[in-house]
Design a protein around this ligand. Structure first.
Ligand SMILES: *Cc1c(COP(=O)(O)O)cnc(C)c1O
Length: 732
């Protein structure tokens, strides 16, 4: 692993000094900033931070914005003061080597995709906090997926939308009620460039609808070796209203929604054609992009003279669909009027009737009362479909069984590939150093394999604890900084702002809970018995502190009430220094939380959490999961690698399920978590706890890594779809 390479010698340092004019130095920094590869390389992140630590934080860790404040001369002065030349040269050389490297897993195992890559469609991509084109879990998963595809060298092109306002920034008012603020992203500060087509010109796509044309331009973003193409409707030729079509994620009404999905799916396939890319496999990450299949059918009919039916079969053969939603209400549906308005002209070219088109999106094709469901068309037009955890596979097969009424439930053709996280993006630098000292050389390339992580059991327990304690202190510093800032913004008294600077204690068991505030996630489950909560958090010898974060969808009033309920605990003196709410949950806040907590809490109403990934991020950093046996945790928990709430049964009544789970939550915290954490040996070390940290890392980090996930997709979905070797028939 190049992490362990010796730093460039003094001689090469001198050489580089004379070689580097201020402009060359500046250009190298810009080149580093313009490939998001830097986001998972701590030494490059540290390099940018060192240029100006205060501005770095103020600019949301955006190196392009930071560099725009430097002239080459000032950058050189700064580099000279800090002796950064060799670090800049080294980072730049590593990026070049990375881009040129052909000794990859993908080259060995997925060579056939070389000439016909995977086209990965997703409505959002969460790559870094400075690129706000994501809202939450789905986006972060897509970001992690393409980062691992890059690392493994799996030929993959990604397609998404460019939102110039992204998702909202969250603030709470004095009443702890959520306020949403949309900020305009400065396009020049986003690491992307106009995509150039085979004709040498910038790629623009036009989509015809019954009510006029819709135009989009295409941007190119570099995420390591993966090219991410983003469609953007803010172009001349569009009506003022349509220019804002791709401004925000998940805003607007059904019409906005279908138009966004039209641009993503149909526009995306058109963009690939203009770029000269013919994919061997279309991967629809969630149903939003399912219209892509229709445009791909049209292409085949027009280019190869196929009939609609044979083109449909051919496209389905090459399509992989991942479903993420375990509740029927969560699936996009459109009425016939919207479908005809937006897909009418395409339907004409497909030479099919309105009824035939609607039938593709209906469970019962001729049921006129049924609207057009994006998940249904995605299931019908893909030969391989999968859920995102084992349990979610069962739930999905049951939910869609009526699409295949002649099959028994186990034979409903929806498999599962469990989600994972991109290890280098979520692993704390201090933890990485610890692993580098103890794991075999090259482990980071093989992070999706069990062997790579076995060394965890050889790590000195005291050392692991020390690193964890240091990370926890960093989290507490972050919490204090953020909370005092949010108090100041709300206009609270100096005394309150000052008190925030002394919140929390690093020696106290610290629990983190952060996620979207959808009600099924039951963020307030720990508040179901306030006396018991009081006894738990204020125990004289063994206290507990809890940090909570998360946004509610702007239209989700119950979610906002939940936030208010939790955030207002600060007015109760029993909880003021025991429970804090952090505003504006995003990738940055998530990273701080999962790197520093002792316990990551997750208590959704089973089986509504399809997978969940934040707990997987905590694992990497030594955090222990305490979770309902839902999503990924249902297949991860083995009795020695974390804590389980409940026994994995579900009651028919939500109320009874909630009561039982609340009881179990308190039981687990009181009887297992707290005692194990506070049980110390003569050196003050919690031996049992550290053992559990090791069990967690050793058994889970590789399995729930995005590397393992992308290898699974490649072997069981991409290669068969592309017509290469089929290594595994488990999906169908
Ligand atoms: C990882 C992540 C998520 C997903 O977490 P869940 O466990 O699915 O709730 C959501 N939002 C952000 C910002 C994340 O980083």
């Amino acid at each position: 692993m190049s992490h362990t390479e010796a730093a460039p010698s003094q001689a090469s340092h001198k050489l580089s000094l004379s070689e580097l004019s201020p402009q060359t130095l500046y250009d190298k920094c810009v080149a580093l900033a313009r490939n998001l590869w830097w986001t998972w390389h701590p030494e490059v992140i540290n390099l940018f931070r060192d240029l100006d630590p205060i501005r770095w934080r103020q600019l949301d860790h955006n190196p392009i914005a930071l560099l725009s404040e430097f002239t080459p001369e000032r950058l050189e002065m700064r580099a000279a003061e800090l002796v950064l030349y060799s670090r800049i040269n080294y980072a730049y050389r590593r990026l070049k080597e990375y881009m040129a490297n052909t000794h990859t897993w993908g080259r060995t195992h997925a060579g056939v995709l070389g000439g016909k890559p995977v086209a990965y469609f997703s409505a959002e991509f969460g790559i870094h906090e400075s690129v706000p084109i994501y809202s939450g879990g789905l986006g972060v998963l897509s970001g992690d997926h393409i980062k691992s595809a890059s690392g493994l060298g799996v030929p993959l092109i990604a397609i998404g939308l460019f939102y110039d306002q992204g998702y909202f920034k969250q603030h709470l008012d004095l009443d702890a009620y959520q306020r949403e603020e949309y900020l305009d992203t400065k396009v020049e500060n986003v690491p992307m460039e106009p995509a150039i087509g085979t004709d040498g010109k910038q790629v623009n796509v036009t989509i015809e609808t019954r009510t006029g044309e819709l135009h989009a331009k295409v941007w190119l973003m570099h995420v390591g070796r993966v090219k991410l193409y983003l469609l953007d409707c803010d172009v001349e030729g569009n009506s003022p209203e349509d220019r804002e079509l791709t401004s925000r994620l998940y805003g607007g009404d059904h019409r906005t929604r279908i138009r966004q999905e039209l641009v993503l799916g149909v526009g995306g396939v058109k963009a690939l054609a203009a770029l000269g890319i013919s994919p061997g496999c279309y991967h629809l990450n969630e149903g939003h992009s399912a219209f892509a299949t229709l445009e791909a059918i049209r292409e085949r009919m027009s280019n190869d003279g196929m009939s609609f039916d044979s083109a449909l079969r051919d496209v389905a053969q090459h399509t992989v669909f991942t479903t993420h939603t375990p509740v029927p209400a969560g699936h996009d549906r459109f009425d016939g009027g919207l479908i005809e308005e937006h897909l009418g002209p395409l339907r004409d070219e497909l030479k099919i009737s309105y009824e035939q088109l609607m039938g593709l999106g209906r469970v019962e094709p001729h049921n006129e009362g049924e609207s057009f469901c994006m998940t249904v068309i995605a299931l019908k037009l893909s030969r391989r479909a999968n859920a995102v955890s084992c349990l979610h596979g069962y739930v999905s097969r049951r939910m869609w069984a009526h699409l295949w009424p002649w099959r028994v439930e186990e034979e409903i053709p929806i498999g599962h590939i469990t989600n994972g996280v991109h290890v280098p993006s979520w692993l704390a630098w201090q933890m990485l150093q610890l692993y580098e000292r103890n794991f075999p050389a090259g482990w980071l390339q093989r992070m999706g394999e069990h062997e790579a992580w076995k060394g965890i059991h050889q790590v000195d327990p005291g050392e692991l604890w020390e690193v964890h304690y240091a990370l926890k202190n960093l989290l507490l510093a972050f919490v204090r900084r953020r909370v005092s800032r949010q108090c100041r913004r709300r206009g609270e008294s100096d005394a309150v702002v000052e008190a925030a600077r002394n919140l929390f204690d690093p020696n106290i068991l610290t629990i983190g809970f952060a996620r979207r505030f959808a009600t099924y996630k039951r963020a307030d489950l720990f508040m179901s018995d306030m006396e018991r909560l009081n006894a738990l958090v204020n125990d004289e010898d063994r206290p507990v502190q809890i940090v909570v974060a998360g946004k509610a969808h702007p239209a989700d009033e119950p979610g906002k009430q939940l936030i208010k309920k939790i955030a207002n605990l600060r007015h109760d003196e029993r909880f003021a220094n025991r429970v804090v709410y952090l505003e504006d949950y995003d990738i940055n806040v998530c990273r701080h939380l999962i790197q520093g907590v002792d316990v990551w809490l997750n208590n959704p109403r089973r089986p509504l959490e399809a997978s969940g990934t934040s707990g997987q991020k905590a694992v990497l950093n030594g955090g222990l999961n305490c979770s309902v046996l839902d999503g990924w945790w249902a297949e991860a928990y083995d009795g020695s690698n974390g804590f389980a709430i409940g026994t994995g049964t579900t009651h028919v009544s939500d109320q009874i399920t909630d009561e039982r789970d609340a009881e179990s939550l308190f039981q687990v915290l009181e009887k297992q978590v707290v005692p194990l954490f506070y049980e110390r040996d003569v050196d003050g070390l919690p031996r049992g706890w550290i053992q559990m940290m090791m069990n967690s890392i050793g058994s889970l980090a590789w399995r729930f890594s995005a590397h393992r996930m992308v290898m699974d997709y490649t072997k069981s979905a991409y290669l068969p779809a592309a017509g290469g070797v089929s290594c595994d028939m488990s999906l169908r």
